[in-house]
Design a protein around this ligand. Sequence first.
Ligand code: UDP
Length: 247
Amino acid sequence: MDKVNVLGVKIDKVTVDAAADRILDMLKSGGNHAVYTPNSEIVYMAYKDTDFCCLLNSADMLTADGIGVVYASQILKNPVPERAGGFDIACRVIEKIAETGDRLYLFGGKPDIAEKAAENLKSKYPFINIVGTRNGYFSPEENDGIIADINESGADLVFVCLGAPMQEKWIFENRDRLNCNVMMGIGGSLDVFAGVAERAPQKWQKLGLEWLYRLIKEPKRFWRMLALPKFAFTVLIKGRKYPQEEE
Ligand code: UDP
């Protein structure tokens, strides 16, 4: 089985490296691929909203971003090999496209964040080909202009960093109009590349406590994080009702 069905969301059982390799293959193969990296909050959202669940399952790859989804896969006896978070996958992809020359567009975050992220990435990877940036605050009327800008940039890959579920919905609604091969929804990653947010230290990550670190740093996440115990409870009570075999 190459997927685990967590409350209806079919997550690919991939490592960070395997996910990055698949994205490189998508870049080579053409087409317009969507990659989402759901955490337990997003999976719980999909459990509550069938349309959003279908939207997630229409992706070309879904990876387990968050220790909650990793534990859920273990409870369901169909474990993912490791946590494959959007930021970690993006870092591997960046290392690779800095060699292949694939064109990257950074979309999302507050004004100037995408530009700062581009600047930092260029100083770390001088050969990275960043062809455009756009902040993530826009009116519906501005959307066509954003699509045109991405298409004119010639981007092969777009990091869409609008937060969930906005980024997944934006990719789903616009993917057919975008000429790029891969669109990845990776939340607050541009804030980290820009240096205005930080990842939890490795020790916290290894202990599966990155969520706690983020909660301490950003207490306003408390209300959002209430989805976590609800998610855990629902997986324990209802998780096994979802078929694990491929359909
Ligand atoms: N954001 C955006 N447009 C919006 C709302 C949010 O570009 O209308 C950005 C926000 O600035 C932040 C990211 O989306 O950079 C969301 O980050 P968060 O850490 O909340 O996302 P997560 O990784 O938890 O999905």
